[in-house]
Write a protein that binds this ligand. Structure first.
Ligand code: SF4
Ligand code: SF4
Length: 284
């Protein structure tokens, strides 16, 4: 079972929830897909087994063979090639690795080479994985796809997704069994939750809501969830103690026993939701 933990923006407590869930449900696998700023390892403190490089294919020019015909630049839909005065310039960061330029070149002057975009670190027991995008690298998707390709097939997997609702998030959540949307009971939280819910509806993914830093009131976010028919699975109250525990890089479940039950109980509710969903849509 693959469970995505996401939020409309950063700082809502997505990693707090994902790491505590993964630590409370044993055995399980935690995968940090927030590759621009992975921080789950601060809390889970895994012993790493290996770090592997992840590359993408990009064209390299053999200048001696190039006639400057410009066919390659004409076929590239992403402006990653430019033919100027019979010279070809390549902008590897813009390349989307489709291979069309190498195919179309009549002189076979373009060869595909690997360009490193980031690394993947794997925990000793394979219960932890994280991706780390190289600084300045604009596209996170190849690294996210590679992490997802390596997940364990048995047991629950918790994806700590990138913030927002852009391309990287779509790739992170697609093909998962359930999405847990973490939000805050503020107007900003409601706004970002609305975007995340729209994304879930567009992708046709089952989801539930967790309210973090709850104020005990029946406010905006509750009203939004009622109107949309979105299920609130749990609420974590606003607490200085939780903020201090988080800032020390500790898991909530290592402290009070109640938190271990809270996250195990949350997982139980997610499992129930996935069960209902499978019953409603057996073809999924
Ligand atoms: S591989 Fe595709 S995207 Fe990359 S430079 Fe060639 S045509 Fe453009
Ligand atoms: S298609 Fe080949 S020969 Fe023509 S400009 Fe591009 S690299 Fe040079």
């Amino acid at each position: 079972m693959k469970i995505s933990v996401l939020s409309g923006k950063g700082g809502t407590g997505k990693t707090l929830v994902a790491t505590n869930l993964a630590a409370a449900v044993r055995p399980s696998q935690y995968v940090d897909l927030d590759v621009e700023e992975p921080n789950g390892y601060h809390f889970l403190k895994p012993r790493l087994r290996e770090t592997v490089s992840v590359g993408v294919p990009v064209p390299r020019l053999e200048e001696g063979k190039c006639t400057g015909c410009g066919l390659c630049a004409g076929v590239c839909q992403f402006n990653a090639l430019a033919a100027i005065k019979n010279k070809v310039l390549i902008f590897p960061e813009l390349c989307h690795h489709c291979g069309a330029c190498s195919l179309v070149c009549p002189e076979k002057a373009l060869q595909e080479v690997q360009r490193e975009v980031g690394t993947i670190s794997i925990g000793e027991e394979r219960d932890f994985m994280q991706g780390e995008l190289q600084v300045g690298e604009p596209v996170a998707v190849p690294l996210i796809n590679e992490l997802k390709r390596r997940v364990k097939e048995n047991g629950p997997v918790f994806f700590d997704c990138p913030p927002g609702a852009a391309c990287a998030v779509v790739h992170a959540v697609e093909d998962t069994d359930y999405c847990l949307l973490v939000t805050e009971p503020t107007p900003f939280g409601r706004h970002d939750l609305a975007i995340a819910v729209r994304l879930m509806e567009k992708l046709g993914l089952p989801f539930g809501v967790l309210i973090n830093k709850g104020d005990g009131k029946n406010g905006d976010v509750h009203q939004f969830c009622r109107e949309k028919g979105s299920k609130i699975l749990a609420e974590i109250p606003f607490s200085l103690e939780i903020a201090e525990t988080y800032s020390r890089g500790e898991l909530l479940i290592q402290g009070e026993k109640d938190w271990l039950h809270f996250f195990q109980n949350l997982f139980g509710k997610i499992k129930e939701e996935v069960g209902h969903e499978n019953h409603r849509h057996p073809q999924r």
